[in-house]
Design a binder for this molecule. Structure first.
Ligand code: PMP
Length: 407
């Protein structure tokens, strides 16, 4: 029998031109002009080296003072070689979503390692913290739920709340009395309290013991975001829940792999039922290509270092103490609870000017403005690394002294 030839791709249709074409750029340019006028224009810099305590920024060597690489693991030889070995064995891409073709051995190994690290029955890897928060809130809550959220929670939690279609009750930052009054006001059994454990732009800590108590007392589930605490807090680096010995009282714990762990991606740790529910219903887990296997292999190497990393954490705290003493001598109100110490300057233009003057003196601390932080609280978000030397801190303090006097 004669084979029928498949139809080739049909020839392109001629698209008739209209007389007056809409030019979307006009609207976009107007929006951009508004951002510029408000001092809110953002642009990216270029780091031309690996992420160490010093980096090459636009051709200049500067001290890095605004990274989340708290333990200095992003460039660590053990992570590099784990990633290289995995690339050689597994290649680069995962080629598909976890539930289709993308679930590879390094994903499974990382999840087993994470469950052991977090002392949880199970763990699940997400492609980023942003994905994890979106996917958790979407999967665990719906229009019948009420979510109680700290007003300074990360944007990914805020967006997850929006996606959940739950009723959202925002409590004043760290204000447990306010949270309690809101919890009392709501009759439903479907309550979820959600909080960062370390607030990324302020560096302060959530009141975890009170949050656990209030949640249990009012029959609410508690979800914590350990993005800035993983690797930094807890005797084994497991996070603030571990620091307080409360891991078993917090049913939903997420954290990221891209900060102190020096890699990329995120995890959720909890019961088998939680993880199975996420695998089956969490859209940001289901509908995305799985992480590259080499990232998972590097994350396993990072967890090994973090668990044994008491010396790294001690060094980090020692730098925090040195820096705090220096800041206080400069008249900056510094009361560190974590390696993040913001210097709040208030006005957008002032913070960006100060940031550029600091760069001129060899120190990189990015200015942070609305909507990342509330209006009128623009700041240099300075953060320390275990790999900063005492000399780095001295350089930073000398530069800050000069620029804060001018600012
Ligand atoms: N949660 C918090 C508290 C964060 O600070 C961040 C990132 N800055 C995220 C979640 C998002 O994590 P990721 O960068 O992995 O998307």
């Amino acid at each position: 029998m004669k084979k029928r030839r498949m139809d080739p791709i049909p020839p392109p249709l001629a698209v008739p031109a209209v007389k007056r074409r809409v030019r979307p750029e006009k609207d976009w340019e107007a929006k951009l002009a508004g951002l510029r006028r408000a001092g809110l224009w953002r642009s990216m810099r270029e780091i031309q080296s690996s992420q160490g305590p010093e980096v090459n920024l636009n051709g200049r060597k500067v001290v890095m003072l605004c990274s989340n690489n708290y333990l200095g693991l992003a460039g660590h030889p053990a992570l590099r070689s784990a990633a290289i070995r995995a690339v050689e064995r597994y290649g680069v891409g995962s080629s598909g979503a976890r539930l289709i073709s993308g679930a590879m051995s390094p994903h499974k190994q990382l999840e087993e390692r994470l469950a052991a690290f977090k002392r949880a029955p199970a763990a699940l890897v997400y492609n980023s913290g942003y994905h994890a928060n979106l996917g958790l809130l979407q999967a665990l809550t719906g229009p019948d739920d009420v979510v109680f959220s700290d007003e300074l929670n990360h944007a990914s939690i805020i967006d997850g709340c929006r996606l959940s279609r739950a009723r959202i009750m925002v409590y004043r930052h760290g204000d447990m009395d306010h949270l309690e009054s809101l919890l009392r006001r709501v009759r439903t059994k479907k309550k979820l309290v959600v909080t960062d454990t370390v607030f990324g732009m302020d560096g302060d800590l959530a009141h975890l013991p009170e949050l656990v108590h209030l949640s249990e007392h009012h029959g609410a589930r508690l979800m914590v975001d350990e993005a800035h605490a993983t690797g930094v807090f807890g005797p084994r680096g497991g996070g603030l829940a571990e620091e307080f010995g409360l891991q078993h009282r917090i049913p939903i714990q997420m954290g990221t792999l891209g900060k102190a762990l020096g890699c990329f991606g995120a995890y959720v740790a909890g019961s088998r039922a939680l993880i199975d529910l996420l695998i089956n219903t969490s859209r940001s887990f289901i509908f995305t290509t799985a992480l590259p296997p080499a990232v998972c292999a590097a994350a396993i190497a990072a967890i090994d270092l973090v668990e044994k990393g008491t010396a790294l954490r001690e060094r980090l705290w020692s730098r925090v103490r040195q820096y705090t003493r220096g800041l206080t001598a400069l008249g900056v109100d510094a009361q560190p609870q974590s390696p993040i110490l913001p210097i709040v300057l208030g006005e957008n233009a002032r913070v960006m000017r100060t940031c550029e003057s600091l760069l001129g003196r060899g120190v990189f601390a990015q200015g942070i403005r609305y909507p990342t932080v509330p209006k009128g609280t623009a700041r240099l978000r300075t953060s320390l690394m275990a790999t900063h030397t005492r000399d780095h801190i001295r350089t930073v303090l000398t530069a800050l002294k000069a620029v804060l006097n001018q600012a």
